[in-house]
Design a protein around this ligand. Structure first.
Ligand code: ADP
Ligand code: MG
Length: 363
């Protein structure tokens, strides 16, 4: 049994084909020990396949997987010593909670005294120390998932794999379990690969987020980096729901490129060098009401208000310009002060708050 100071994982261009279809293509990733890495993407983007390749249940068609520098691509799953938790907890129904948690240690033929000690520690970590004698069916969904988590960490793996572990839980329980999983990650120090299609979950839990699309990595970065500097329209929209505005380049103005928006209006891009058509992303909360002041680096669009939605802490509005929908989140707007849908409104934002996007790679 190793300590959790290990757990470096490298994926070196792993691909998996089923017939002619690619489940994943040339996925490369370098993960330092102890990181919390989330694979985020829509359904079918290759998250589970990537995780199963790390686990050893899927054999890559090409590429290598290294753990602590050693090539484990051909190693069977039971010799990889990884902890695993899936969406459906798959506890053994005929065993007690404690027996479930003890199982990985039994398989590893650890002495009875050590098993008892480690099972107790694992159940304490998931706050189920008083539930050892219960049958799994007598527990709630959240409790069962915590048993599954205890079973995955009981042998102190260097690497913990979790595939949508909270997907079957309701929102309150999910929020609570997110906090618990982060706490356990801190205590354990293991490298975690966490799969989700929920961007909020990815942003709030991870050190590193890997955004996947069509079996390939769309972007890798810290949560803030992905939110502030999305590389493509896909990442910008998938994380945080950005407005993506397109326009044709029309020279520059004050060191910034000028784009002719579909509505015919000029908007300032955040950068100077743009050729041909370009896309920029603007976050809804960076957009305000009013005419832009170019002297202060602001730009904007005149638009038609289409919808006002009261949301408590914020008010959301939707507007339309040149056939594109633009969403804005207004933290201090009173619904009563806003015009009716159908009215003309002016939207503004700081040009530097927008991000110039790269064209999408096509497969
Ligand atoms: P995700 O977990 O992101 O939803 P998956 O990794 O499960 O995505 O699947 C990625 C793609 O590979 C999907 O198009 C899926 O249909 C395909 N795929 C996954 N497993 C198999 C399989 N055993 N046989 C054929 N196609 C598969
Ligand atoms: Mg999946």
């Amino acid at each position: 049994m190793t300590g959790a100071s290990q757990g470096a994982v490298t994926l070196d261009k792993i691909s998996k084909r089923y017939g002619r279809a690619h489940a994943i293509r040339e996925v490369s990733l370098d993960v330092a020990p102890g990181r919390f890495v989330t694979l985020l993407g829509p359904s079918g983007s290759g998250k589970t396949t990537t995780l199963m390749a790390i686990a050893g249940f899927v054999q890559p068609s090409s590429g290598r997987i290294l753990m602590n520098g050693a090539d484990i691509t051909r190693l069977p799953p039971n010799r990889r010593d990884l902890g695993m938790v899936f969406q459906h907890y798959a506890l053994f129904p005929n065993m007690t909670v404690a027996q479930n948690v003890a199982y990985p240690l039994k398989v590893r033929r650890r002495p009875a005294e050590e098993i008892a000690r480690r099972v107790r520690a694992a159940l304490e970590m998931v706050k189920l120390e008083d539930f050892g004698d219960r049958a799994p069916v007598k527990l709630s969904g959240g409790q069962q998932q915590r048993v599954a988590l205890a079973r995955a960490i009981v042998f102190r793996p260097d690497v913990l794999l979790m595939d949508e572990p909270l997907g079957a839980l309701d929102k309150n329980l999910r929020d609570h379990m997110q906090t618990e999983i982060r706490r356990i990650h801190r205590q354990l120090g293991a490298t975690v690969f966490y799969v989700t299609h929920d961007q909020d979950e990815a942003l709030s839990m991870s050190d590193v987020v890997v955004v996947m699309r069509d079996g390939a990595i769309a972007q890798i970065g810290a949560p803030e980096e992905l939110y502030e500097r999305p590389a493509t329209a896909f990442v910008a929209k998938f994380i945080g729901g950005a407005n993506v505005l397109a326009g044709a380049s029309e020279g520059g103005q004050g060191g910034r490129a000028l784009l002719r928006h579909g509505s015919g209006q000029p908007i300032l891009a955040p950068a100077g060098e743009v050729s041909g058509r370009a896309e920029i992303a603007v976050r809804p909360e960076r957009i305000g009401l009013g005419l832009p002041d170019p002297a202060r680096g602001e730009t904007g669009l005149s638009a038609t208000l289409t919808e006002v939605t009261y949301g408590g802490a914020v008010t959301r509005i939707a507007a339309e310009a040149g056939g594109e929908e633009i969403a804005a989140v207004l933290p201090r707007a009173h619904v009563a002060d806003l015009p009716e849908p159908g009215a003309a409104i002016a939207l503004k934002w700081a040009a530097d708050d927008a991000v110039l996007l790269h064209p999408e790679a096509e497969h």
